[in-house]
Ligand binder design. Structure first.
Ligand code: FAD
Length: 400
């Protein structure tokens, strides 16, 4: 897809990411999926191409790029390998952007250095009993003298077992046991006693990145590990989740990229494949499918770019990010499914990437806020009133 309104630098960045995607990233995508191995070699490629940590401000070693710049790279990479696209999301958005916005100097330096050297931070919000209702989490951080002691269980944590830096959301209690709000604690795996990767989830798709259960057992951290947004702990969760709007745009972008990749394969195949003595794209039934697929992709891309642009100088707008994620994730599933159909039996074979794309794209109406919960976010923002199906009514904190 081609979008207008890009600067010459953005066009160059996009070309760089597309070249990488079409070359080494595409070549390894099937193997990354089959072996279920985190693609460390692709991390090196992204580092060399300066596509990792590019939203980190220059004073911390990044390039100070905007969300749309990151989106252009993620879109291109995801068309070839969704796992690599997700690595670009999580090294430019989400946990890293929350720390860069709200962290202390020490926290910003630590997070920037780790990401720029290739670490994909893990963001730990979801719990077995608190998914969409993330505010119902039970992981707790108790102040004990000059330490916090954290106990609880998180699951479906992307990168669990490969990520070193973790941003862990927990309810914070003072020494008297009074709840102060939800905060985010930074901890480094293997350097923090009590942070245990307990299980890897056997996932349907996106198999090159582990999804893990993480247990915190009397995990002891200093108060300096707590990321406190300027409005304090009481509003801390809403502010940290505001940063998460960047990751929602990133997740929508991965879905968009996968669907664009699948659409391109279907378009090319429709010219090559002949039945009834002519290319299959001469059948009107398939022409209309191609038309519908392209309309969905152009609309999704416009929503994603618009949401990304809304965040320049801050974070993407909650409403625009939710609208973009709902539409893009649902459209992308439909487009990939149709693209697979173009290949007939071949589409169902593991020798082609369509079945992998169909498994990978299915995630995006679930992770990062389900399509249902994000519709609540959209409705809440439009109606500006407390919705009975949300914990805090119209809240930035819904749908971890
Ligand atoms: C691949 C993958 C990666 C992930 N990575 C991370 C990560 O890195 N960090 C992290 O913290 N979490 C992560 N998650 C977890 C993800 O954010 C949650 O799965 C998601 O928020 C939904 O929670 P749940 O799975 O508990 O579903 P539930 O909340 O149990 O929802 C079940 C169903 O009920 C619906 N539902 C729930 N509440 C409402 C409501 N009020 N109105 C209407 N419908 C509702 C949901 O939409 C869904 O269809 C990941 C998930 C996946 C699949």
């Amino acid at each position: 897809m081609n979008a207008s309104g890009l600067s010459p630098e953005q066009v160059k960045l996009q070309a760089r990411a597309r070249e990488l995607a079409a070359g080494p990233v595409a070549k390894r995508a099937a193997e990354v999926d089959r072996a279920e191995q985190y693609p460390w070699d692709n991390v090196e490629l992204l580092k060399d191409a300066r596509l990792i940590g590019m939203t980190i401000p220059q004073q911390y070693g990044g390039q100070g790029k905007g969300w749309l710049d990151a989106v252009l790279a993620i879109e291109a990479l995801s068309s070839a390998c969704a796992v690599t696209g997700r690595i670009a999301v999580e090294t430019n958005m989400g946990a890293i952007s929350a720390v860069m916005a709200y962290g202390s100097e020490e926290q910003k330096k630590l997070a920037a250095d780790m990401v720029l050297s290739g670490d994909k931070p893990a963001i730990c919000i979801t719990e077995p009993e608190a998914g969409s209702d993330a505010g119902g989490m039970t992981t707790r951080a108790d102040k004990k003298g000059n330490r916090y002691v954290i106990n609880g269980r998180k699951h479906w944590i992307t990168g669990g077992g490969v990520s070193r830096l973790h941003l862990i959301f927990a309810k914070v209690f003072d020494e008297q046991g009074n709840e102060e709000g939800i905060g985010g604690f930074l901890a480094i795996r293997d350097e923090t006693k009590g942070l245990k990767i307990t299980k890897r989830e056997p996932t349907m798709g996106l198999r090159g990145i582990p999804e893990a259960v993480i247990d915190f057992e009397d995990m002891d951290v200093p108060p300096s590990s707590l990321v406190i947004p300027p409005r304090g702990l009481k509003k801390g969760f809403a502010d940290l989740m505001n940063a998460y709007n960047s990751q929602r745009v990133g997740a929508a972008t991965v879905a968009l990229g996968i669907a664009e990749g699948a659409y391109q394969l279907a378009l090319d195949w429709s010219e090559k494949r002949q039945q009834f003595g002519r290319p299959i794209n001469e059948f009107q039934g398939l022409q209309w499918k191609l038309a519908d697929m392209s309309i969905k992709l152009v609309a999704a891309q416009a929503l994603v770019y618009n949401a990304a642009r809304s965040g320049e100088g801050g974070f993407p707008d909650m409403l625009l990010a939710a609208q973009a994620k709902v539409f893009t994730s649902e459209s992308a599933i439909q487009v990939v499914n149709e693209a697979l159909q173009f290949f007939g039996a071949r589409g169902y074979s593991r020798e082609l990437p369509l079945e992998r794309m169909a498994r990978d794209v299915r995630m995006f109406t679930i992770g990062g806020g389900t399509a249902e919960v994000l519709r609540n976010v959209v409705a809440g923002a439009l109606l500006k009133k407390k919705l009975p199906q949300t914990r805090d009514g119209w809240s930035k904190a819904d749908g971890g």
